[in-house]
Every structure is written in structure tokens, then in C-alpha cells.
Design a protein around this ligand. Structure first.
Ligand code: NAD
Length: 505
């Protein structure tokens, strides 16, 4: 990814551009401008103006625009999937699946914004019984969204659709690996709203992202690595701009002794290998009850036969999108093997120039990087545990806390509740991501804040509390006319209300 200088046709002045490349073969997919600080500021200023129009629409009107956009994306699904396939390398079917999930989220946000964010009456309590109390959630204004490349539609859409449905306008900086997908999304939205700059794209590298953090945005929603997340937070701190951080993970899948091993193996294989393992909520570690460990490893190895990475139609795993990741994947595999891990499939030679063949490691020491760091490749580390207590303890022994899965016959929910993570699936993998009413996000080094669901809508608003006096208060407490007699009266009242012992129902 190198930025090259190309002259523009009108002024002859050089405008820096960069190419997005097909990671399967190095072909140029598209050439895009590197937006400067001035370009980003101008986009945010346009978004601010457009927010006057977009923010003044009713939830119903905004919802209808969003539903029209959803229909446009649905009708042009093949076109967008092809572009994503070429920019990320992921198989066409996987690109399509990601877009389908995103479409469902747009529809959910459009249909639920009014109910979640519109005015809601709340109880005003005994002391303030003369007041009517209302809370409503107002749009922040302009939201900046910075996205990664691994799910270039689904991931940023969790911020974009929810921010738009809440009444904000959006300036989106897609990853430099998937600028075409970002541009496609903005262009189609622009068609729907008659060219108004409600959703704009600024393309570029990290510097353009930094420019968005320091621009006059009212919130910055970032999805990407924790290392960049820290830079984003630091840059946003300058203007006290609030941030949402969706960062990396080291998710585990736990297999209990009474689990359906065939289904658990199928899920672990898909959770670890799909999208070439480049999934924030992908499975990287598997903890299996020792009583079924050997059977599980035999089963997953059987199911992995014939699974391979390549760019032909028969390959179910695509290339590694970001070439620099190849070194990290190799380092993790080598470290695990050097420390004594077993190799069920793949191994030291699995890492090629563009593709990584599926690799399953067993009995991987807990201090090896294949266990402690995000690998982001088609690898799984499978370890035996003596009990589910140990499985939970090892699962939680990470600085990350994004997601995970549990396979168990009887105790799935109990085990799931003990995992320190934002999302857990019982007897499936990543099912929560497809349920639009569930919040999505992590704890610890996986970030904070939530996209999706009611929490995801509220994330792009501020709560506005309003009281309206219905009648004169029986005791006027907020006045200098208050005297000692009234103070004594209110003291007795509060003693009656709160001085006694009370049991909660
Ligand atoms: P990255 O951090 O390298 O880049 C993410 C985005 O930040 C890109 O658009 C990049 O241009 C931009 N950026 C780079 N430097 C910047 C700076 N100084 N200021 C502002 N923006 C800057 O991440 P990536 O490689 O694109 O994505 C992979 C990572 O994303 C993995 O760690 C993965 O786990 C994580 N991820 C998390 C989620 C989630 O929801 N939690 C979803 C998808 C991916």
C-alpha cells in the first residue's frame, strides 16, 4: 500500500492517491484520493449543514430513507459482494453473507429508532410528584466512523446505520485496503437522499483517519486494532470528542464433556478458519474437556480434510488481506511449535506468500503467542482442560474480552455467564452478530461502547431529561422562602420514606 502522486486534470496540482489491491493476485482494484486535513474538515462542515436537514426529519422519514437504501443494497448485492471479494480476497459467498447481515441491521435500526430514542415518560417519584418527567435521546450531530478491512460492510455499518437512524450525519473513513467498498456505500446512500451529504466517505491512510479524529465531529466510532484505538483516543481527547472503540479479541470456544462433538468441531473450524481467520470475533482458542479431547481433535481433523486456502472456486478460504499479517501468523505458529505444541493439520509451512493453509495446533503452552496475542489467521489452538472451571479461568486469562462460544449439553448458559466478554453464543458461533436487537462490543482491550440494538442507537445520542411542572409543589424546597419548619417537615418525610428497613420484592 503506497501512496503515489498523480496530477489532477483541472489544476495540474498533484493530488496524492493510493491503490487498493486484490490480495489474491496484486491486481489494482481501484485508485483513490488521499484526503487531506482540509478535505476532511470540508467534509465535516458539509455534514454539519446536512445535519440540519437530516436531524429535523421525523424518525419515520429517516427510517424510510434508510429502508430505501437497504433495498438498493439488496438489489445490487452481487455488485457489492464482487467489489468486497476483490478488495479483501474473501470468497464471494462470504462477502455476500456479510452484506446480508448488514442489510438486516439497517432495517432494524430504521424500524426501531423511534421506539428506543423517542420521548419516554418516566416516573417522577414521590418527592417530585408535581413534575411530569420525560427522557428523549437526541442526535449528537456529525459522527466520524473509521473502519477496518476485514468486514468492510458489516463492521462499519454497525456504526453508520445506527448513527444515521438516530439522526446524525456521518463522515466515514474506510480502511485503505477497502476504500472502494466504502465509496460504494456512500454513493448509493447519496442516490437515495438526492445527493445530500448525509453519508460521505473520505479515503486515505492513517493520517486521514487522524484528521477525522481531530475534526469537528461530535463522536468518533472506531473499529480496528487496539494499538490504533489508543492513537484515536489520544487524538480525540484534544477536543473532548467521545469515542467508541471496537478493537481486537482472542476469543475461545469451550467444549464441555457432554457437548455434541460433531457440531462443536464444525463450529470451531468455521469460527477459526472462515474469512481466513481474519475475524475480530473469530475463534482462536479452543478449550476441550479432557474426557473428550482426543475425540474432538480426531473429529475436527476429519472435518478439516479438503479445506484449503486459494483463489480458485474450490477454495473456501481466501488470501490474507494485509500482507504484513503473514509474518505475525508465522511467528505465532513457530512459537507454539518451538514451545512444544502438537500439529494436527498445517503447521510451520502453512504460511505462503499470500495464502495461509488451515493450521490446527494442540496442547499449546499458555505462554505462547498463539494463546496470548491476536493471530488473525486461519489457525486454532486446541487445549485440554480438567474442568469447566479451568476452561472459564483460561478463557478469562486474557486482556481481551470480545466474544466467545460454549458447547455443552446441560450447562451452556451457566458457563456462558461466567465468561468476561461482551458476547457469547451457546451451541453455535457468532450467532449474536446476526441478532440486530443484541448489543455488540467488548470489554478490556477489546474496547468499549456498543453498536447494534437499542444500546447501539443510544450510543450515537445524548440523553435529554426534561421535567414539566404540572402543579405547585406541596413543599416548595427550591426557594429562599423555605424556613426551618419546612426543613423539619421534609426531614420527617424522608425518614418515613427511607429511614426504615425495606426488603426488595
Ligand atoms: P487498524 O487499526 O490497522 O486500522 C483501522 C482503521 O484505522 C483504518 O481505517 C486505518 O486507516 C485507520 N487508522 C490507522 N492509523 C490511524 C490513526 N493514527 N488515526 C486514526 N485512524 C487510523 O486495523 P485493521 O487492520 O484495519 O483491522 C483489524 C483489527 O480490527 C483487528 O484487531 C480486529 O480484531 C479489529 N476488528 C474489531 C472489530 C470489533 O467489532 N471489535 C471488528 C472488526 C475488526
Amino acid at each position: 500500500m503506497t501512496a503515489t502522486l498523480e496530477p489532477t486534470t483541472d489544476t495540474g496540482a498533484p493530488t496524492p492517491t493510493f491503490d487498493s489491491l486484490n490480495p489474491a493476485n496484486g491486481d489494482v482494484v481501484g485508485t483513490h484520493a488521499v484526503a487531506s486535513k482540509a478535505d476532511v474538515d470540508a467534509a465535516v462542515a458539509r455534514a454539519r449543514e446536512a445535519a440540519d436537514w437530516w436531524g429535523a426529519l421525523s424518525f419515520k422519514e429517516r427510517g424510510e430513507y434508510l429502508l430505501t437504501w437497504r433495498s438498493v443494497i439488496t438489489r445490487r448485492l452481487a455488485q457489492l459482494a464482487d467489489l468486497s471479494h476483490r478488495e479483501t480476497g474473501k470468497p464471494h459467498g462470504d462477502a455476500q453473507l456479510e452484506i446480508i447481515l448488514a442489510i438486516d441491521h439497517i432495517a432494524w435500526a430504521a424500524k426501531h429508532a423511534k421506539k428506543v430514542l423517542g420521548p419516554q415518560k418516566v416516573s417522577s417519584g414521590l418527592l417530585m410528584a408535581n413534575q411530569a418527567a420525560t427522557v428523549e435521546y437526541n442526535a449528537l450531530g456529525v459522527v466520524g466512523v473509521i473502519g477496518p478491512w476485514n468486514y468492510p460492510v458489516f463492521t462499519p455499518m454497525g456504526s453508520i446505520a445506527y448513527a444515521l437512524a438516530a439522526g446524525n450525519t456521518v463522515v466515514f473513513k474506510p480502511s485503505e485496503y477497502t476504500p472502494g467498498v466504502g465509496q460504494w456505500l456512500a454513493d448509493t446512500f447519496s442516490e437515495v437522499v438526492g445527493g445530500r451529504p448525509v453519508l460521505q466517505v473520505v479515503t486515505g491512510l492513517g493520517e486521514t483517519g487522524n484528521a477525522l479524529c481531530t475534526a469537528a465531529v461530535d463522536k468518533l466510532a472506531f473499529t480496528g486494532s487496539g494499538a490504533t484505538g489508543k492513537k484515536v483516543m489520544a487524538a480525540c481527547a484534544e477536543n473532548l470528542t467521545p469515542v467508541l472503540i471496537e478493537a481486537g479479541g482472542k476469543d475461545s470456544l469451550i467444549v464441555d464433556e457432554d457437548a455434541d462433538l460433531e457440531k462443536a468441531a464444525e463450529a470451531a473450524l468455521w469460527g477459526g478458519m472462515s474469512n481466513a481467520g481474519q475475524t475480530c470475533i473469530g475463534t482462536e482458542r479452543v478449550y476441550v474437556h479432557e474426557k473428550v479431547f482426543d475425540s474432538f481433535v480426531t473429529e475436527i481433523t476429519r472435518q478439516a480434510q479438503g479445506l484449503r486456502a486459494g483463489d480458485d472456486a474450490g477454495a473456501k478460504i481466501g488470501p490474507i488481506t494485509m500482507p504484513s499479517q503473514l509474518k505475525i501468523i508465522k511467528r505465532h505458529i513457530d512459537d507454539a511449535i518451538a514451545k512444544g505444541a502438537g500439529v494436527a493439520i498445517g503447521g510451520a509451512d502453512a504460511v505462503g506468500e499470500r495464502f495461509v493453509q488451515p493450521t490446527i495446533l494442540t496442547n499449546v503452552p499458555e505462554n505462547s503467542t498463539a494463546i496470548t496475542e491476536e493471530t488473525f489467521g486461519p489457525t486454532l489452538a486446541i487445549n485440554p482442560v480438567a474442568s469447566m472451571d479451568e476452561a472459564v479461568a483460561l478463557t478469562n486469562a486474557t486482556e481481551y474480552g470480545l466474544a466467545g462460544a460454549v458447547f455443552s449439553g446441560k450447562n451452556g448458559m451457566d458457563i456462558a455467564r461466567r465468561i468476561r466478554a461482551g458476547m457469547t453464543s451457546v451451541n453455535s458461533v457468532i450467532a449474536f452478530a446476526g441478532v440486530p436487537s443484541l448489543p455488540f462490543g467488548g470489554v478490556g482491550q477489546s474496547g468499549f461502547g456498543r453498536i447494534h440494538g437499542p444500546d447501539g442507537l443510544k450510543e450515537f445520542t445524548y440523553a435529554h431529561a426534561i421535567t414539566r411542572q404540572k402543579f405547585k409543589p406541596i413543599m416548595m424546597l427550591t426557594s429562599f422562602s423555605r424556613d426551618a419548619k419546612l426543613d423539619a417537615k421534609v426531614a420527617s418525610l424522608i425518614t418515613v420514606m427511607h429511614g426504615g428497613k425495606q426488603t426488595l420484592k
